[in-house]
Design a binder for this molecule. Structure first.
Ligand SMILES: Nc1ncnc2c1ncn2[C@@H]1O[C@H](COP(=O)(O)OP(=O)(O)OP(=O)(O)O)[C@@H](O)[C@H]1O
Ligand SMILES: [Mg+2]
Length: 446
């Protein structure tokens, strides 16, 4: 019988190059290095029969045995999704459905995010693998907790392709649902506490050298205890801090849901950094006050136009070298030449606290190099002035009746708000972007 200790398993140190293996092997190896069962309270349904024949101590000498083990093992570290009882569908993301479920053994509530495999010729989707690997590294109170990865039973007993699920702790709400529900009364303390949680989660991410690349209210969950959790790492990726003469790393600019997308991405920048996520935090902060997404463009051109309208004209005077960005000239017609920055005037009715307004102005700075880092923003005076932020917003969550949980949790329409064209995920042949519901959130500043 194989040991359950994480260090004694020979495959724990397997590199992620397992992506090149056939599906069964790849999945086993890729996920065995992540052994979630050893870290959870769920208990283990561990089938060690195949592993039992394997000599773990002499891994160097038994490559053939190792290969045989990998080919015959039935995902020994991957639980069966039947351990969970599906309760209801709570979300429809770009990549698949999300279900609320209950662990049959412990009664714990979880969210099961199905990984769409239908169009995968290459095996386990790299984006899902990235999401798992990212979440493995990120243990933080303000980042969603990946409990484990599980799969359908059929895959254990047949050659049929398995369906995989990411299992995370269930959260009662996502922020998009919460803020759009006007029966939920948000006080200045609630907003401040939420902002602190959000920035703390993002700071952890950035310290781990990871970009989120899809900051939006629907990707921020709120637990039953009133703690915010940054979620949905499907577009996240590690970044390299450029220094010296090395050529700068290029990333795709086809990321971030349109309404939360910063101007540098709309202008084609491919050398962005953590400040793209900071712009998203600015949009979310404004939304906490206004209760609707503040810039709701239908196309990239319109989104850029709305940014110019609210934050002032984008030009080399306010943003040196912006004219060198790839799409600056092409997008010139989408940028009104002499727009005054009216962010403050527009928001003053909603944001009464001058320090909050000041932070918002900083987060939504056009020139990315002038935006604060998440770390710096946490130390903004706003968080040190009365009323001070609390540990959580459980007092608010307790006031929301059960019936509203269904209203606010995982609303598909919310999850896809602002999901514009040229977002990277739909282009991987997985799912067409859903349209913004008719008559809602069209081409407008809140
Ligand atoms: N742990 C959870 N608890 C409660 N709800 C959740 C949980 N995880 C996801 N959801 C709900 O499901 C929705 C979709 O999940 P997620 O964002 O992870 O999937 P996605 O396919 O990447 O979505 P999208 O592409 O629309 O951003 C979330 O917006 C949220 O409402
Ligand atoms: Mg999402």
């Amino acid at each position: 019988m194989a040991s359950k200790s994480p260090t004694s398993h020979p495959l724990h140190s397997q590199p992620s190059s397992s992506v090149g293996l056939p599906l069964a092997n790849r999945t086993s190896v890729g996920l065995i290095s992540y052994n979630p069962f050893l870290t959870t309270e769920e208990g283990v349904d561990f089938d060690g029969s195949a592993a039992g024949q394997f000599d773990f101590e002499n891994i160097e000498k038994v490559t053939k045995d190792l290969l045989h083990y990998m080919e015959t093992c039935k995902y020994p570290f991957i639980n069966d999704v039947n351990c969970y009882e599906k309760l209801q569908k709570i979300g429809q993301g770009t990549f698949g459905e999300v279900f609320k479920a209950r662990c049959k053994k412990t009664g714990r509530l979880v969210a099961l995010k199905k990984i769409l495999m239908e169009n995968e010729k290459e095996g386990f989707p790299i984006t899902a693998l990235r999401e798992v690997k990212t979440l493995q590294q990120l243990k933080h109170p303000n980042i969603t907790d990946l409990i484990e990865v599980c799969c359908t039973r059929s895959a254990r007993n047949s050659s049929e392709k398995p369906t995989f699920y990411l299992v995370s702790a269930f959260c009662d709400h996502d922020l998009a649902g919460l803020v759009s529900n006007h029966r939920v009364k948000l006080s200045a303390v609630h907003v401040k506490t939420m902002m602190k949680h959000l920035l703390s989660g993002l700071d952890k991410l950035h310290r781990m050298k990871i970009l989120h690349r899809d900051m939006k209210a629907a990707n921020v969950l709120v637990s039953h205890e009133g703690v915010l959790k940054l979620a949905d790492f499907g577009l996240a990726r590690p970044f390299i801090v450029n220094s010296g003469p090395n050529p700068k790393q290029l990333y795709t600019n086809r990321v971030v849901t349109l309404w939360y997308r910063p101007p540098e991405l709309l202008l084609g920048s491919r050398q962005y950094d953590t400040t793209i996520d900071v712009w998203g935090v600015g949009c979310i902060m404004a939304e906490l006050f206004t209760r609707v997404p503040i810039m709701q463009g239908e196309t990239e051109q319109r989104q850029l136009y709305l940014i110019n309208q609210l934050c002032g004209s984008i030009n080399p005077e306010v943003w040196p070298e912006v004219d060198k960005l790839p799409l600056y000239k092409n997008m010139a017609s989408s940028m009104p030449p002499e727009s005054k920055r009216i962010l403050k005037e527009k928001l003053v009715l909603y944001v009464k606290d001058e320090y909050a307004m000041n932070l918002l102005e900083e987060l939504l700075t056009l020139d990315p190099s002038k935006r604060p880092t998440a770390d710096k923003a946490i130390y903004h005076t706003y968080f040190y002035k009365q009323p001070e932020p609390k540990d959580n917003i459980s007092d608010l969550i307790r006031t929301i009746p059960n019936s509203l949980f269904e209203f606010t949790t995982g609303r598909g329409a919310h999850a896809n708000r602002g999901r514009g064209q040229h977002h990277q995920r739909p282009q991987q042949g997985q799912r067409k972007p859903q349209n913004v519901p008719a008559g809602q959130f069209r081409d407008m500043i809140f």
